[in-house]
Design a protein around this ligand. Structure first.
Ligand SMILES: Nc1ncnc2c1ncn2[C@@H]1O[C@@H]2COP(=O)(O)O[C@H]2[C@H]1O
Length: 421
């Protein structure tokens, strides 16, 4: 059954001791009444997303419109899509609709079956689903970009990369399980604003993680909290459980875009010296980190109609942050000002300075497989489309010109601009 996974949606079910992210509170609220205090006490128990869910339930409002009457047809179509889960043109937006918003649970469960991980690790299907439902629920659906659909999209891409012949032949079931769960969990409880925002608004997560990979550490520790609560791995020896949590963390932390150059240089130098040995667990782990990084920023390499939607969503999230920054009188982050930025310009620079360098090395690693060539081809076509759209977009403010106009710009500065995201 695809439609039965929202089982954790009861207000009494709260979990974990990891901190919630509530942007509004970090910017200073003015609550003083007893009622507000009471509400805050409740709020403290939940992450922002869990709080919203609980609030809706307590107010008697259903969380999502039900599609019961259509369940059969929808489930059939979702199943059809899963037959092609390894295709690069998989449309996660459509899959979200066909699964009635259970895209992450449905997809990850399917991949666990496909890779025979339940049998291999003697996993309990109910516990697995419980964990995945918690995970899916803790993504913020109100974020235009960092939501459960993005997590499902990254998980689907990660699965495609795990299937690359060069890698697949060396992967153990452990690698596959860590890779898939890291992809599913890599942005859980993302607040829709970036690390610099949390730092400049003195958010408690920024102090907790000392302004360093703040969001990624939060995603990791949140996922660990849910894993423990679900008891998914309770039957494994303690050292294995710890090993899993460590490996999960090391993959999720690699998605910190500010550390892109460190990972890329290390990967590139291994490729240059042709010394990657995939029998070596450390080398394999580095490749998994790079694979997850690629999956995380693969949206510019999707087909145009899908890629464009992601581009618009990510920019909307940047601009929403810029609006908040203006509202609270703090510096507006680079790329977040909707009055000086536009989507085509952000996309062209992101592809040129962040995506292409990574995917070129990934293609080299895979031996230029059909998939890696297809991704690069899509990315270049998409970039050309953004270039032609750019002519129709709002003129850029000085200092934010297009790639074509910036031959003399310092490339490092561009990378830094995206690194600040
Ligand atoms: N299409 C895109 N355009 C611009 N930035 C992007 C795009 N896709 C992903 N990103 C950025 O890449 C970052 C990867 O890490 P995060 O998920 O923290 O945040 C992501 C965004 O800031």
């Amino acid at each position: 059954m695809l439609g039965d996974v929202k089982v954790r949606s009861q207000a009494s079910q709260r979990r974990g001791s990891f901190p919630y992210v509530e942007v509004r509170l970090s910017l200073g609220g003015s609550a003083s009444s007893g009622r507000e205090c009471q509400r805050r006490r409740v709020r403290r128990l939940f992450s922002c997303q869990r709080y919203l869910h609980a609030g809706q339930l307590l107010n008697g409002r259903p969380r999502r419109p039900s599609l019961h009457m259509l369940d059969k047809d929808y489930v059939g179509q979702a199943k059809c899509m899963l037959l092609k889960v390894e295709n690069w043109d998989f449309d996660t937006f459509l899959f979200e609709r066909l699964t009635n918003g259970n895209e992450l649970v449905t997809l990850t469960c399917h991949l666990f079956h496909k890779h025979d991980l339940l049998r291999h690790f003697d996993l309990d299907l109910v516990k697995l689903r419980r964990f995945l439902v918690m995970l899916q629920d803790d993504y913020h659906n109100q974020n235009p970009f960092h939501n459960a659909v993005h997590a499902a999209d990254v998980t689907q891409a990660m699965n495609c990369y795990l299937k690359e012949p060069k890698l697949a032949s060396h992967l153990t079931p452990w690698d596959v399980m860590v890779g898939l769960l890291a992809a599913s969990a890599h942005d859980v409880d993302h607040p829709g604003v970036n690390q610099p925002f949390l730092v400049k608004t003195n958010h408690h997560l920024a102090s907790l993680y000392q302004n360093n990979s703040v969001l990624e550490k939060h995603h990791w520790r949140s996922a660990v909290g849910m894993l423990r609560e679900s008891r998914l791995f309770d039957h494994l020896p303690t050292d294995k459980r710890h090993q899993f949590e460590t490996d999960l963390g090391s993959l999720i932390l690699a998605t910190d875009i500010t550390r892109q150059n460190d990972y890329l240089s290390s990967f590139r130098s291994h490729l240059d010296s042709n010394d990657l040995s995939l029998a070596n667990v450390k080398h394999r782990h580095l490749v998994l980190q790079i694979a997850l990084k690629c999956a995380d920023i693969c949206n510019p390499c999707r087909m145009w109609n899908i890629s464009k939607r992601w581009s618009e969503r990510v920019c909307e999230e940047f601009f929403n942050q810029g609006d908040l920054e203006k509202k609270y009188n703090v510096d507006v982050s680079p790329l977040c000002d909707r009055s000086t930025q536009n989507v085509p310009n952000i996309q062209i620079n992101f592809m040129t300075y962040v995506v292409e360098p990574l995917f070129v090395e990934w293609a080299r690693f895979t031996g230029y497989t059909l998939l890696s060539r297809t991704m690069l081809a899509h990315m270049r076509l998409n970039k050309a489309s953004w270039c032609s759209l750019q002519n129709q977009a709002t003129p850029m403010a000085e200092g934010h010109r297009s790639d074509e106009d910036t031959d003399n710009d310092d490339e490092d500065e561009k990378v830094q601009l995206f690194s600040s995201l």
